[in-house]
Design a protein around this ligand. Structure first.
Ligand code: GRF
Length: 246
């Protein structure tokens, strides 16, 4: 049966496929804190993702997330965008470094650079991003403030393949969280980020197991077109919306 919204493949299914395939080579791109990188490192280590992170790249030398790569013994590299005259030159250097490590999948995890169309084309169908909203709602920045201002009841995060359209590529899977009375952008962000740390490993796990792949704007799940994003099972704490808030 074709999975649809609210019908995400079970976590164990990815492991069934894992036995048949070698670990996929992952490159993770960060700019800052790196909490999603950490979640992916843990998921590769404990077998939830049949992948091996072969390279972490930050465009910022001071990114705290680089410490996660270092502590896990993962090769990492800084490509400081400020040292390049324009976006094309930076993206060329980034692409050349990635190619040296032959990643099967490039994982943008809080990578705060807009990529050129040429770079996106170079890695078409091989690059995913996590965005802190239920796309297509709230593309771009400041999603938590905008969700609160809009008065939505649910907010969340989405993992999508990257296309030339900013935050516009096909969405693989989403995590929903409630917006609670009294939420500030910070409390809402914390709730979304906790969900992201389950969501990104789930999405990358589906790709690494071969269950999900992209072909341009079309997503395939178990060899059938995916008509709408999968939905991550809610965490136990969010099945009682807004418990503990006033
Ligand atoms: C996440 O909220 C992600 O959705 C957005 O950037 C943030 C990165 O956080 N793209 P971290 O660096 O992984 O902690």
């Amino acid at each position: 049966m074709m999975p649809g919204h609210g019908d995400a493949p079970a976590a164990g299914s990815a492991q069934d496929h894992r036995e048949q395939k070698p670990a996929r080579r992952l490159a993770v791109l960060i700019s800052g804190r790196g909490s999603n990188l950490k979640a992916l490192i843990d998921a590769c280590a404990d077998g939830r993702v049949n992948g091996r992170i072969v390279l972490v790249i930050s465009n910022r030398p001071e990114a705290p997330g680089l410490a996660y790569a270092r502590d896990a013994g993962i090769p990492y590299s800084v490509i400081d965008h400020r040292r390049y005259t324009d976006r094309e030159a930076f993206d060329r250097a980034l692409g050349d470094t990635l190619d040296e490590h032959q990643p099967d999948l490039i994982v943008l995890a809080g990578f705060m650079r807009v990529l050129t169309a040429g770079f996106v084309a170079r890695f078409v169908d091989r690059m995913v991003n996590i965005h802190p909203s239920l796309l297509p709602e709230f593309r771009g920045l400041h999603t938590h403030d905008r969700a609160l201002a809009a008065g939505v009841e649910h907010h969340g995060a989405s993992v999508h393949f990257v296309t030339a359209e900013l935050d516009g590529g096909p969405v693989i899977i989403q995590a929903r969280v409630p917006v609670c009375p009294g939420d500030s952008p910070e409390t809402l962000a914390a709730r979304v980020q906790a969900a992201e740390h389950r969501l990104y490993p789930a999405a990358v796990g589906l790709i690494c197991s071969g269950r999900i792949h992209a072909s341009g704007d079309t997503l395939w799940c178990d060899e059938e077109p995916l008509q709408q994003p999968l939905l991550l099972d809610p965490a136990p704490e969010s099945t009682q919306p807004c418990a503990g808030t006033t």
